[in-house]
Ligand binder design. Structure first.
Ligand code: PGA
Length: 251
């Protein structure tokens, strides 16, 4: 059975001091959520990964990106062995901001996904269409391309560990969330694409998240959907109060 997962994506927010406060103040919340079958996580900046892990042992701590090579002349990058050394188990890959501002391509992301899985970590692989693609009714064409290239060639034994997040670019940080009907339609489509690639039983084990202006007021509508197993949350994950409400409003 698939679990419910809520991951906060902190992007370039929070100093180590602020991250530590958040981690300490959410220890009880993480334990209570777990009792209700909800897994909580956050993706802080690289600098705060260890800080959050140290002060909140049960919270999933995800990196926001990783380089595909183990080491080398790649100024400013972070490698998998560096994340493994501090016991980070999850990595967001292909967030639309990385695709948009850092030119991450489907082919480059495919390398990253495979390296991350083969190293024993869980990728949280993001897909989603831009506003112009949405308006041109190209959503499924774009998602199919992102999935078939980005998630190609995965070792069948590792496929079930994947987490895929559907985040329409036009809904990220805009307050214009995709309707639950759209979220369900696209997540079912993603699962169908994964079935074609890896078979029904494996595709049914993959966790699919919706992301894009998820707030305490609308989270329940998404997590009640058949093919949506959780949420990737930006703005509403930054404050302890709203992060707490996201969980509480699921009841
Ligand atoms: P948002 O961001 O919740 O602030 O829209 C979501 C994301 O970028 O993952």
């Amino acid at each position: 059975m698939r679990k419910k997962i809520i991951i906060g994506n902190w992007k370039m927010h929070k100093t180590q001091a602020a991250a530590k406060v958040f981690a300490k103040e959410t220890v009880d919340l993480v334990a209570r959520a777990k009792q209700d079958g909800i897994i909580l996580g956050v993706a802080p900046s690289y600098l705060s990964l260890e800080v959050v892990k140290k002060h909140n042992k049960r919270l999933i701590v995800a990196a926001q990106n990783v380089h595909q090579e183990e080491a080398g002349a790649f100024t400013g990058e972070i490698s998998l062995p560096m994340l493994q050394e501090i016991k980070i188990g999850h990595v967001i890959l292909g967030h639309s901001e990385r695709r948009q501002y850092f030119n991450e391509t489907d082919a480059a992301l495919n390398l990253k996904v495979n390296r991350v899985l083969n190293a024993g970590l869980v990728p949280i692989f993001c897909v989603g269409e831009t506003l112009s693609e949405f308006e041109a009714k190209l959503t499924k064409t774009v998602i199919a391309r992102q999935i078939t290239i980005g998630l190609a060639g995965i070792n069948p034994a590792l496929v079930k560990k994947l987490i895929v997040a559907y985040e329409p670019v036009w809904s990220i940080g805009t307050g214009k969330n995709a309707s639950p009907e759209i979220a369900q339609d696209i997540c079912a489509f993603i699962r169908h694409e994964l079935m074609k690639m890896y078979g029904k039983s494996k595709a049914n084990q993959i966790h699919l998240l919706y992301g894009g202006s998820v707030k305490p007021e609308n989270i329940k509508a998404y997590l009640s959907l058949q093919d949506v197993d959780g949420a990737l949350v930006g703005g509403a994950s930054l404050e302890v109060a709203s992060f707490t409400k996201l969980v509480m409003n699921l009841k």
